[in-house]
Design a protein around this ligand. Structure first.
Ligand SMILES: NC(=O)c1ccc[n+]([C@@H]2O[C@H](COP(=O)([O-])OP(=O)(O)OC[C@H]3O[C@@H](n4cnc5c(N)ncnc54)[C@H](O)[C@@H]3O)[C@@H](O)[C@H]2O)c1
Ligand SMILES: [Zn+2]
Ligand SMILES: [Zn+2]
Length: 368
């Protein structure tokens, strides 16, 4: 079939919205009609050429929500008409990692996905016979996508697509970092560095876990105000003194849980140093630049602080994204303030500009 999609043709150049060819789903694959898709930093990072593992031409986009249009042979996990959230982090349910409660890093299709292929090593996207690769296994800056069934979470049909799409990446990453990776205990003191979608999600996750005190640190007063809306009890402008200020706020001890959601390694270091002696857990969600390293004075670890990394918030996508969406539908998670701009597919590059200017938290593309 023919459809419109935003293609990354050349790194550092705007995406080009154009007509491309999408082949039918093969065995285990599903054709999804996109309803909405968020614009995330990883799309912009890849488009810029800064990501050494990026490839082109490719259809970008990974924060998608849509409707199952058709299923390939042997598909049993989704059916026509289901509302689904796309998962760049799939859940096969069978590999060693899926069977362990300790991680969400499914191994089933990793190698091919990293190459921009579907699990059988081929692509469904093309233009004039020339193959186009699938970005993050999702390619949701498009009217339709073909994806493996293990990479689709079936969510409530009542869930509005232009809100629920952010559960495909940023929001779940933050919520999950607090709920699944750190497993924040009720009554805890938490500090979240960064108040973008990931950090605000972490604030909400700490609140849902029953944290007593939630301090959010960011550079923008506007974003800190949003953090209050998500449940932050204290807010603070970040900078070199952030650790000292947090120690002062916590009787010299530091926080039970800290979260880093900026992607800046100096801030990651602050998250470690602001964690409490004895049991403080510092969870890293931000993605650092290529080659950057995190400096930790070993004494911080000897004296009981721990460091964890969190990819997609440790969320096992097919099981837990629907649960998070249900909590949103019950009114426990306030998504509206996080969606700032509604765009058409043709305006996708404007989504990058808005993100670059930190204008709002998330722009969402709606497909008419
Ligand atoms: N682990 C994952 O699976 C995953 C998924 C999505 C995004 N990410 C990463 O998470 C990070 C956050 O994503 P986002 O969409 O929320 O980004 P964002 O750019 O919207 O938010 C980052 C925030 O950090 C703040 N900040 C900058 N310097 C600071 C400082 N010194 N102290 C405190 N705050 C500071 C900025 O003001 C901004 O509000 C990025 O690195 C992104 O790549 C990771
Ligand atoms: Zn993302
Ligand atoms: Zn798996």
């Amino acid at each position: 079939m023919k459809m419109r999609a935003a293609v990354l043709e050349e790194f550092g150049q705007p995406l080009q919205v154009q007509e491309v060819e999408l082949a039918d789903p093969k065995a285990g694959e599903v054709l999804v009609r996109l309803e909405a898709c968020g614009v995330c930093h990883t799309d912009m990072y890849t488009a810029s050429g800064a990501d050494p593992s990026g490839y082109a031409p490719a259809v970008l986009g990974h924060e998608g929500c849509g409707i199952v249009e058709r299923t390939g042979k042997g598909v049993s996990l989704v059916k026509e008409g289901d509302r689904v959230v796309t998962l760049f982090s799939p859940q096969c349910g069978k590999c060693e990692h899926c069977l362990s409660p300790r991680t969400n890093l499914c191994m089933a299709i990793r190698a091919e996905q990293n190459q921009g292929h579907l699990p059988d090593g081929t692509v469904r996207l093309s233009r004039d016979g020339e193959p186009i690769r699938h970005f993050m296994g999702t390619s949701t800056f498009a009217e339709y996508t073909v994806m493996p069934e293990i990479a689709l979470a079936v969510v409530s049909p009542e869930a509005p697509a232009d809100r629920v799409c952010v559960f495909a990446c940023g929001l779940s990453t933050g919520l999950g970092a607090a709920m699944y990776t750190a497993q924040v205990e009720p009554g805890s003191t938490c500090v979240v560095f960064g108040a973008g979608l990931v950090g605000l999600g972490a604030v909400a996750g700490c609140r849902l876990q029953g944290a007593e005190r939630i301090v959010c640190v960011d550079l923008s007063d506007e974003r800190l105000e949003l953090a209050r809306g998500q449940g932050a009890t204290d807010v603070m402008v970040g900078g070199p003194d952030a650790v000292d200020q947090i120690l002062e706020m916590t009787g010299g001890m530091g926080a039970d849980y800290t979260f880093e959601a900026t992607g800046i390694v100096k801030v990651m270091q602050q998250a470690v140093e602001a964690a409490r002696m004895g049991w403080g857990l510092a969870t890293m969600a931000g993605v650092a630049g290529k080659g950057e390293t995190l400096d930790i004075v070993p004494r911080f670890l000897i004296t009981g602080r721990r460091v964890a990394g969190s990819s997609f918030g440790g969320v096992k996508g097919r099981d837990q994204v629907p649960q998070l969406v249900d909590r949103y539908l019950k009114g426990e998670i306030d998504v509206d303030p996080l969606i700032s701009h509604s765009l058409s597919l043709d305006e996708v590059n404007r989504g990058f500009d808005l993100m670059h200017d930190q204008d709002g938290i998330r722009s969402v593309i709606s497909f008419g």
